[in-house]
Design a protein around this ligand. Sequence first.
Ligand SMILES: CN(C)C(=N)NCCC[C@H](N)C(=O)O
Length: 276
Amino acid sequence: MSYTERLPRNRTYLMCPPEHFTVEYAINPWMDTTVTVDAGLALKQWEQLRTTLTGLGHVVHVLDPEPGLPDMVYSANGAFSVDGTVYGARFKYPQRTAEAVAHQAFYLAAESWKFVAPEQVNEGEGDFAYLPGAYGGIVLAGYGFRTDPAAHAEAQEVLGRPVISLRLVDPAFYHLDTALAALDDRHVTYYPGAFSPASQRVLAQLFPDAVLADREDAEAFGLNLVSDGRHVILNTEAVAMGHKVREAGYLPVHVDLSELKRGGGSVKCAVAELRA
Ligand SMILES: CN(C)C(=N)NCCC[C@H](N)C(=O)O
């Protein structure tokens, strides 16, 4: 299938500008506190990502950044929404705890959302992905480094969708969204080596037609992508991954997010999808 036959679906996203972005603590293997981040460049690259999404016709809401929360730019970690219900985040590391409060305030201010505060540790869309067209609507959920597996059961109760637990085994791919992405409502791409052998079997059973990525793709943050069903927005460095998604019939759109990679994230981490 060519990308011209694929129908994009208009999306609504939430992003947070990296106005206070630094790497001043290290909570994942990509963070190196001895390297200085170019804050100006980070902001420019973020703006480029935002205009790429709006240029494709999507709506982007902006969350106010807060001083002292350098990771707030990774807005995908702040919550997980499905059909108007929001399962709030509860961060594993204290450095990020307050971000959940800012996200909660955003949803409560809009009033139309049903916000549910979590009891279990979970990092929002970092570890949860929703596929509305697969098996009537399923949630894929990662655990092993950040999100507690107990949060998977909690999310299932809150959202009323089957949640498939997948165990992540490689610290370089500490969130589900570094190792797996939805290409559209029912197709995924993933790097098998990031998952336990049993979870690899689960993925192969559920998604026999998945686009398989390799370690190099994952290290280039090529799986940390955002797709509207036709356009696949991914990091510039992820050249080979761009070819793979094109071969699968999607249109790759590369955006340079070199500075955000220093904090351990890329396109997907910086973009939360709001599913009303
Ligand atoms: C899965 N990724 C890559 C994300 N969704 N978020 C990035 C979070 C980065 C932050 N320094 C942290 O380690 O929490």
